[in-house]
Design a protein around this ligand. Structure first.
Ligand SMILES: Nc1ncnc2c1ncn2[C@@H]1O[C@H](COP(=O)(O)OP(=O)(O)OP(=O)(O)O)[C@@H](O)[C@H]1O
Ligand SMILES: [Mg+2]
Length: 345
């Protein structure tokens, strides 16, 4: 057994193999702090809401945070921002620990292998992902897992490009970030992230139209699509503008990075897009159009969207974990056989 975990700014998701099926467990990476009261006590005792009480405060984490925030008129908070643990949030670590424990559960045996996603360092921001990576790693090790980081873009390649010999460009459009990875026969030849994603689109569209961010997010997630002309002046119009802007920004940085990294000329690769932000209808077509218009220094055979944009990073982390597990089991068999032979000599 081995496990995959997608540690995202908005969603935490684990993936495990059960026979022929992959089982996913998901929670929102968010929490709310409310004051302890009889009413809170009653509500919490009647349900299996994930929470911890600390003195006179109660922290409700995961999917239920939003419901409690609405009832108690509080704002939800997030342990992560722009792809990594938030330095502005004092409770970030205990909260993400609680959500992680719920999503991955106990290891099936001591030191079970678990691959968890980490973003590449952003090229448009001076934050480093190291502290984030090491903190998540130690939380998982404390739980009894053997944790291994995997780049988020590379996880996309593992889940979506197995039938293309793990060669291509994988892009995960998340909440806090966009992660890009170019892989050649399962070797990452270029990877980077951009500190913009769905949160950035929401914030910009909210500012432009004077609408609360939460409202913008729900319009975007419920019935927004990119395949027709939307209302000028409204929230959907603003969302379209910032979607367009994000895509251009990603492509501009892609060209810059390919130039700097001296990627081999004459490549012809597939592109696969995933992540919650790639969900709206028309996203794939729009991105393909923008790529065709741009002067990309390699050729693109096709652009495809992952079947389950919210699941593919966890799925890819699982694929990587299982193949490493098989590889090390195989190596162990070979080692044992060699030892046996040495003994009989
Ligand atoms: N149907 C939808 N249409 C548009 N956007 C959506 C939809 N569903 C989710 N999103 C957006 O997708 C984002 C969350 O995607 P995802 O779970 O891939 O991100 P994450 O992995 O948590 O973040 P990151 O990788 O940046 O750390 C949010 O911005 C959310 O608003
Ligand atoms: Mg993600």
């Amino acid at each position: 057994m081995a496990q995959g975990l997608d540690v995202g700014t908005m969603n935490l998701l684990s993936a495990r193999q059960d026979g022929d099926e992959t089982v996913f467990v998901q929670q929102r990476n968010s929490f709310v702090e409310i004051e302890y009261s009889d009413m809170a006590e009653q509500m919490l005792s009647r349900s299996d809401v994930l929470h911890i009480r600390k003195d006179n405060q109660v922290y409700i984490v995961g999917d239920d945070a939003l419901n409690f925030a609405n009832i108690f008129n509080e704002e939800t908070r997030r342990p992560m921002q722009a792809g990594i643990l938030s330095s502005d949030e004092q409770s970030a670590i205990p909260m993400i620990k609680l959500i992680t424990e719920q999503v991955v559960g106990d290891p099936k045996y001591n030191d079970e292998l678990l691959y968890f996603s980490v973003p590449a360092d952003p090229i448009d921001d001076d934050t480093s992902t190291l502290y984030h990576q090491k903190t998540i790693e130690s939380l998982l090790a404390d739980m009894g897992y053997q944790p291994e980081p995997i780049n988020e873009g590379m996880a996309v390649i593992y889940s979506e490009l197995a039938n293309r010999e793990f060669t291509g460009l994988g892009i995960s459009f998340g909440a806090g970030m966009t992660n890009v990875c170019l892989s050649y026969y399962a070797v990452p030849v270029m990877k980077f992230s951009i500190a913009r994603g769905g949160d950035w689109i929401d914030e910009q569209a909210a500012k432009a139209t004077g609408t609360p961010v939460d409202k913008v997010t729900s319009v975007k997630e419920e019935d927004f699509s990119l395949d027709f002309e939307t209302d000028v002046g409204g929230v959907e119009g603003a969302l379209s503008i910032y979607y367009d802007n994000l895509l251009d920004y990603v492509i501009e940085n892609l060209i810059k990075e390919v130039d700097e990294e001296d990627v081999e000329e004459g490549l012809d690769v597939p592109v696969v897009v995933t992540g919650g932000t790639s969900s709206p209808d028309g996203f794939e077509a729009l991105f393909e159009e923008r790529l065709n218009e741009a002067n990309i220094p390699f050729s693109i055979s096709d652009v495809r969207q992952a079947e389950n944009p919210l699941y593919s990073v966890a799925q890819g982390a699982l694929v990587a974990a299982r193949s490493e597990e098989q590889r090390s089991a195989q190596a162990q068999v070979t080692e044992d056989a060699a030892e046996e032979e040495a003994q009989t000599d």
